[in-house]
Design a protein around this ligand. Structure first.
Ligand SMILES: [Zn+2]
Length: 139
């Protein structure tokens, strides 16, 4: 296997998880030198989308920010967060809903501040495209 180094923009988000949800403390953007064969994850739902050098779907932070402003929600990410809380033994539905609300708010804040392209899987890319088409008149 060839070792190909590629440069990708990377964003480090420093966040804190507490009973009040997720708080973003700081974000820094820079270029990162990575192995092109390293596996990339979807920025929306964290599924494996293959090697970095072959990422098929990339959206600009402006596009993501725009669809979110128009009501797009990362259902898959939220579902996984809820599952994580449940797997931690949390059964209080009101509490879970409350944390989810806060998580979503922090996520929207993060989208707003994001300055790097988003790598997306087939599903999330399709969902964003469909959303944009559906909401075309508003964008
Ligand atoms: Zn995805």
């Amino acid at each position: 296997m060839s070792k190909k180094r590629i440069k990708i923009p990377s964003e480090n988000v420093l966040f804190e998880v507490s009973k009040d949800g997720v708080a973003i403390l700081d974000t820094t953007v820079g270029m990162k030198d990575v192995d092109g064969n390293m596996t990339a994850l979807c920025d929306l739902c964290s599924v494996d989308i293959g090697p970095m050098k072959d990422i098929k779907h990339i959206e600009s932070p402006e596009v993501i920010s725009r669809v979110v402003k128009h009501g797009y929600r990362p259902e898959e990410m939220l579902r996984k967060s809820a599952e994580m809380l449940e797997s931690m033994g949390e059964t209080n539905e009101a509490f879970i809903r409350d944390i989810m609300d806060k998580t979503l708010k922090s996520w929207i804040e993060m989208v707003d501040k994001s300055e790097t392209p988003w790598a997306l899987c087939e599903n999330c890319h399709g969902a964003i495209q469909a959303y944009m088409k559906h909401k075309e008149a508003f964008i």
